[in-house]
Design a protein around this ligand. Structure first.
Ligand SMILES: NC(=O)c1ccc[n+]([C@@H]2O[C@H](COP(=O)([O-])OP(=O)(O)OC[C@H]3O[C@@H](n4cnc5c(N)ncnc54)[C@H](OP(=O)(O)O)[C@@H]3O)[C@@H](O)[C@H]2O)c1
Length: 368
């Protein structure tokens, strides 16, 4: 029997793409769910053309447990691709009550803390919950694990992201969640065997190569980085760095966002709009999203360097494709174990990268 996958936020940029890749690569039956039934029906109609019986539409509001309960009943997996971190408790509780597995693509300290608080219950009920899926979060730990496969002893593994949108990139509710990330900003990196202070960010020049070249990058912590030093005892250095956006955002808007969040903590949308305006108005090519890992260590008794990068010109594709690739592993049972997992730690990294490439992500890797 094909799995039934319920995509909350299936009308959004990310949710729609996850649905399309899953329809192309699996036999799952997909439900597009959103607060607007008509919109969900329109998207389901588009995606389901030439695929009879594969795509359904449902009304569901994460803020309203009753609507969600009715819509989610009988599903195999709920994919949360909606900007609904505030309602994590409602969604996760319902998944547990209804016996539905769970995957989210969201970034949010409070969401993560809540899921951790119910991790024991998730495991006891035999459910598989996958959190922090996508590009970032999602890929940094997966890329470090991919790099580690090329060493007998991995010693350093730095990951870095480059994101550049063209002027006409539309605003998405995800930017509101990005503002929350600024509010809870954590910047620690693991260096010389210790985690640095979460409040003190590090600045590093990282060379992405090609037409991106060297960029000034700022450290940013993702939960998936935390377990890496324990997983690889030889690892002395790891972390994630995000490339500066453009001079105006880096020197004027970003400091202003931190001040606004202190003075007007409720002005989330206004702050998000300001950030988005700066990120799109002053940006220069190359327009794409790229994630790189630069690692060093020992292989066959020799000092070895490894570098890999994944890139797509559409940031939403680079978010949706790893999620779809991880779900393919889940559907095959490879990535379905009871408990709470982060995508970057559950998915088999080599298979993930191979599937991402098949779905249109540019991948390069070199060993020296
Ligand atoms: N991991 C990563 O690398 C990564 C990267 C980018 C984005 N994200 C995350 O992906 C998520 C979606 O981002 P996006 O850019 O695709 O957003 P988007 O295009 O603005 O779509 C948001 C979606 O959420 C739905 N939604 C909002 N509130 C809802 C509610 N109360 N109940 C049900 N559905 C609701 C909207 O549906 P209706 O308006 O039709 O109800 C819409 O489908 C965000 O959480 C974002 O942080 C993750």
């Amino acid at each position: 029997m094909p799995a039934k996958i319920f995509i909350l936020g299936g009308t959004g940029f990310t949710g729609r793409l996850i649905a399309r890749h899953l329809l192309e690569r699996s036999d799952a039956i997909i439900t597009i769910a959103s607060r607007r039934l008509e919109k969900a029906q329109e998207v389901a109609g588009d995606l389901g053309r030439d695929r009879p019986g594969r795509v359904r539409a449902a009304h569901a509001d994460a803020a309203d447990a009753a609507s969600l309960r009715t819509a989610m009943a009988g599903q195999t997996l709920i994919v949360v691709a909606a900007s609904t971190t505030t309602y994590v408790e409602i969604v996760a509780r319902l998944a547990l009550d209804l016996g539905v597995d769970y995957l989210d693509v969201q970034l949010g300290a409070k969401k993560f803390a809540y899921l951790k608080s119910i991790a024991g219950e998730i495991e006891a009920k035999g459910r598989c919950f996958i959190t922090e899926a996508g590009f970032h979060p999602g890929l940094p730990a997966a890329l470090v694990r991919f790099a580690a496969e090329h060493f007998d002893k991995i010693e350093t593994a730095t990951t870095a992201g480059y994101v550049s949108f063209p002027k006409d990139q539309p605003y998405s509710e995800a930017v509101d969640e990005l503002v929350d990330v600024f509010r809870d900003y954590q910047a620690q990196v693991f260096t010389n065997g210790y985690w640095t202070n979460p409040k003190a960010y590090q600045i590093r020049k990282i060379d992405f190569g090609g037409d991106i070249g060297p960029r000034t990058c700022y450290s940013m912590f993702f939960e998936e980085l935390g377990p890496l030093p324990e997983r690889y005892s030889s690892l002395r250095e790891t972390g994630f760095f995000i490339a500066g956006t453009n001079w105006f955002v880096d020197t004027v808007i970003t400091p202003l966002v931190f001040v606004l969040l202190k003075l007007l903590p409720k002005a989330r949308r206004m702050t998000g709009r300001l950030l988005w305006w700066g990120m799109t108005r002053f940006q220069k090519p190359p327009f794409r999203t790229e994630l790189i890992v630069q690692a060093s260590g020992i292989h066959a008794g020799q000092k070895t360097q490894f570098e890999a990068a994944v890139a797509h010109r559409d940031a939403y594709e680079l978010t949706a494709i790893p999620v779809a690739a991880a779900i393919l592993q889940y559907l095959e049972g490879l990535g379905r174990s009871p408990g709470l997992w982060m995508m970057g730690h559950l998915a088999d990294p080599r298979r993930l990268i191979t599937d991402m490439k098949r779905m249109g992500v540019k991948v390069r890797a070199k060993v020296e």
